[in-house]
Design a protein around this ligand. Structure first.
Ligand code: FAD
Length: 420
């Protein structure tokens, strides 16, 4: 009789990969069952005619502590964004530099009409303060919304509307800033401590690097799990697979369904439109934000200015991102985005070629204090049935990696230490 698998991990996203790697390095026999045809979950890229299209615009932060633990940064050959942003407001572009990391642009930042000069000084003070606090301290503080913490820190409403709403809105995928102050302070600390980057060859390089470190054949693709029962999973094909321990490393909505929990899991969406052009609409590797708050566009980046490998030679690749899932069809959305972009960059936008639109409905778990506290968020559902995923920590690559490592450590100490 063949030996029973130690652990089945359901899902090869960042959480499932870090869980499987941790368990496998401890000597366990691990199988990862993935519904899709590749690893990475929400961190994937497509290749189209020489362009790299991340499935929804995203950024990696080099200060992520779990990333430092799991990833070989040198091999990812990170390409940096400008530390700060350009904000489009009242028909003009204004620069907001990271005061600690781009001191040469402080004058432009202080004199820009976004917020008040005191707001820009407060950004530097908050960065300094968070640099000194540990991540544990941040998560131990009383929790409120991001909006409340920004007001408490004394930021003006104008600075919040012009800068924080589009900037953080693009990260949290909601512009009301209802996201937990814990998540905000964690992200702001990460931004202050490291660089915002893309792997040279696209975001998919991140999960690919982890998957390559697993033993050959660990991940089985095209294996959708339909049910979990008594130490077994039932696949869409009807086949049953058993293990001593099962870990559900799916997004929260699927985990709740598989556990038959009648709890709603709210989430945030993002829509990204990719365009190619002969000329880049701007020269810098910089995030451009919509400070007016109208229209569908939240942020724009010329990705080929960050990593030239994102476009073939002589071409530029621009990604335009919207927070949410605009309630119009793809053709109408493209037209509306083109109109907005023409207001920003002029008639050259007429020559842009639309490559693809990605609507990622489940992009991030909802992260307001109410949402986080009113849903099922537990690393264990039953005896020998565990969970991991970004929703258990923070909605980020770091949060997903951390959750996978945390659940693996629990399994190693609670189950496999006992059986020796
Ligand atoms: C558009 C977008 C922008 C983002 N921006 C950023 C950013 O800038 N920076 C950042 O750090 N993070 C960002 N994130 C968040 C980050 O990508 C996620 O937090 C993280 O990847 C979640 O990983 P996970 O492993 O928890 O879940 P997932 O990546 O969702 O992995 C779950 C896996 O389970 C598989 N699965 C699901 N159901 C089944 C089933 N029944 N059977 C078998 N397999 C199943 C899925 O196919 C998937 O591979 C962004 C996400 C999106 C989508």
């Amino acid at each position: 009789m063949s030996k029973k698998t130690d652990v089945i991990v359901v899902g090869a996203g960042m959480a499932g990969l870090s869980c499987a790697l941790t368990l496998q390095s401890a000597g366990l026999d691990v199988v990862v069952l993935e519904a899709g045809d590749r690893c990475g979950g929400r961190v994937q890229s497509d290749r189209l005619d020489g362009y790299i299209l991340d499935r929804g615009f995203q950024i990696y932060l080099t200060a992520y502590p779990e990333g430092k633990r799991f990833l070989d940064y040198d091999k990812l050959n990170f390409k940096k964004f400008y530390p700060g942003a350009i904000v489009r407001k009242d028909g003009r572009f204004h620069r907001v530099a990271d005061p600690l990391r781009s001191p040469k642009d402080i004058f432009a930042t202080l004199t820009s009409p976004l917020g008040k000069p005191a707001d820009k000084v407060k950004v530097a003070c908050l960065q300094k303060q968070l640099q000194m606090e540990s991540i544990e301290d941040i998560f131990d503080k009383p929790e409120c919304t991001t909006y409340e913490v920004l007001r408490r820190e004394g930021f003006s409403r104008q600075m919040i509307d012009d800068f924080f709403k589009p900037f953080l809105g693009g990260i949290f995928l909601e512009r009301d800033l209802k996201t937990s102050s814990h998540v905000f302070e964690f992200v702001f600390k990460m931004l202050a401590l490291g660089d915002n980057v893309l792997p040279e060859q696209g975001m998919q390089a991140i999960p690919d690097q982890l998957a390559a470190r697993l033993k050959d054949g660990t991940i089985e693709y095209g294996q959708k799990v339909e049910a979990v029962k008594d130490g077994s999973v039932v696949l869409a094909s009807g086949k049953k697979r058993s293990a001593k321990v099962i870990v559900l490393a799916t997004e929260q909505t699927t985990a709740l369904k598989l556990l038959h929990k009648e709890i709603q899991a709210n989430y945030c969406s993002q829509t990204s439109l990719y365009f190619s052009s002969d000329e880049a609409p701007l020269k810098e590797p910089c995030l451009v934000l919509n400070g007016d708050g109208d229209g569908y566009v939240n942020n724009v980046v010329v990705l080929s200015n960050v990593s030239p490998a994102y476009a073939p030679p002589g071409k530029a690749l621009t990604v335009v991102s919207c927070v949410g899932d605009p309630p119009v069809g793809d053709a109408e959305l493209e037209n509306l985005i083109r109109q907005e972009m023409e207001e920003w960059f002029g008639a050259s936008v007429k020559g842009w070629k639309h490559l693809r639109t990605y609507r990622v409905r489940y992009s991030l778990p909802a992260q307001s204090p109410t949402a986080r506290n009113s849903t099922f968020r537990s690393y264990q559902a039953d005896e020998n049935l565990y969970l991991c995923g970004d929703y258990l920590e923070t909605g980020s690559i770091n949060g997903a990696l951390k959750s996978g490592r945390t659940v693996a450590s629990k399994i190693l100490s609670e189950i496999f230490a006992k059986v020796g």
